[in-house]
Design a protein around this ligand. Structure first.
Ligand SMILES: [Zn+2]
Length: 401
């Protein structure tokens, strides 16, 4: 199902609003996009997909943001409202401001987007990831979902609002940024530290998650994200004096690591709910039927039905909304075919439910592994390894508005 395929990409805890009928934009006094508007949006989308913005020697975020800068300037946006800036020449951010009709005392609304994409190897793809292809009603290319689709929609919308002379009650800001997928914080963090005046806002709308979900082109649900799980990597290491493999010792770093991973495989973090996920599943229950609907009702009960939670957890997108998850993503060990391994190491990637800190999860992993000979260290986003993990927790989700 496309729904769940989309949701699986999101680590967000999402609040949904069911759409009772296809939105009637005419009723709301909004003029639907013209054929030319739609063609322009598609053209921007294609252009962004075909610019390689990976964090690699071949990639350049600047190539993407410069192309968008040109579109805004060509459309007549004032130079001072189109800012291309950043500390790294390959990772320039673009910040565009659509001014209010009169200087407003209300702070702006910021639309925060990223232009960088994850590395894509041609050999892993059926099509060229940097070629924009439309086939069978789908778009193919790196970034078609994360998130050049939204980048293109917002660039096209800002251009259209300007072209139609729309004057908002407060300034609207669009920030197309670097380093969301990786890299060393040249994006929003740098903008906040060095040019806060350009991005300072009352509200930030980040279209990187959520959005309208379609069922055969019919909009059924609008997802809005209220908080996120915390991302954390942990390095589990088994060490051993080693020796020659012709004379094996009873203990072995690879066996010890594999045993630890087996325990992690058998372990499931407890089922949890917060006001946001509760509201989400309450609404989802109305959309679903049969066993699925029954199971969703059962997890909403007090206490939640653990059997129903287990059945629903088979679906990765549900499981990730129910609990903290930790899973091995990389493995290394040994140094020669004829030597006993002196080290064996795995990376454990965790997505931590709001209310828990990486340090709390690190201690829990140590307990699950239950072998004090193995170390469990925290690996920061920048790749630095430390003995303990941060105490930072995700914000507790507020009650849905
Ligand atoms: Zn993204």
């Amino acid at each position: 199902m496309l729904f769940n395929a989309l949701r699986a990409f999101s680590i967000a805890l999402i609040c949904s609003f069911a759409l009772s009928a296809p939105a009637s934009v005419a009723q709301a006094g909004i003029v639907p996009a013209s054929r030319a508007d739609r063609a322009e949006a598609r053209d921007i989308f294609k252009q962004l997909i075909e610019i390689n913005t990976t964090d690699t020697p071949q990639g350049s975020v600047t190539a993407g943001t410069e192309a968008m800068e040109k579109r805004f300037l060509d459309a007549g946006f004032p130079r001072e409202d189109v800012n291309l800036l950043g500390p790294d020449p390959r990772k320039q951010n673009l910040v565009v401001r659509l001014r209010a009709s009169a200087p407003s005392s209300q702070k702006p609304v910021l639309f925060l987007c990223h232009v960088d994409v994850v590395q894509a190897l041609r050999s892993d793809w059926h099509t060229d990831p940097f070629q924009f292809i439309e086939k069978g009603g789908y778009f193919y290319g790196r970034g078609t979902q994360d998130m050049k689709d939204s980048d293109a929609a917002l660039v096209a919308t800002f251009l259209r609002l300007h072209r139609e002379g729309y004057k908002p009650k407060r300034d609207l800001i669009l920030a197309l940024t670097a380093d969301e997928e990786g890299g060393k914080f040249n994006g929003p963090q740098w903008l906040l530290e060095h040019h806060r005046e350009l991005v300072d806002a009352a509200y930030v709308i980040n279209p990187d998650s959520g959005g309208v979900e379609l069922d055969h082109n019919r909009p059924v649900v609008a997802d809005v994200e209220a908080t996120e799980k915390v991302y954390a990597d942990f390095q589990v290491t088994a060490t051993n004096p080693g020796g020659h493999s012709s004379r094996p010792r009873p203990d072995n770093a690879i066996y010890e690591l594999v045993t630890a991973l087996g325990k992690l495989q058998a372990f499931t973090f407890p089922f949890e709910m917060n006001p946001i996920t509760r509201t989400y599943f309450e609404n989802l229950a109305k959309q679903e039927t049969g066993q699925m609907a029954d199971d969703i009702h059962a997890i909403l009960a007090t206490p939640p039905d653990q059997g129903a939670a287990a059945r629903l957890s088979v679906e990765p997108s549900f499981n990730s909304n129910f609990r903290t998850t930790c899973v091995p993503t990389r493995l290394s060990g040994g140094h020669a075919n004829n030597a006993l391994p002196q080290t064996a190491q795995a990376n454990i990637n965790c997505r931590i439910f709001p209310g828990h800190s990486p340090e709390e999860i690190r201690r829990q992993l140590i307990g699950v592994i239950g072998n004090t000979k193995l170390s469990v260290r925290y690996v920061s986003d920048a790749g630095q390894v430390s003995e303990t993990a941060p105490d930072r927790k995700a914000i507790v989700a507020p009650e849905p508005i």
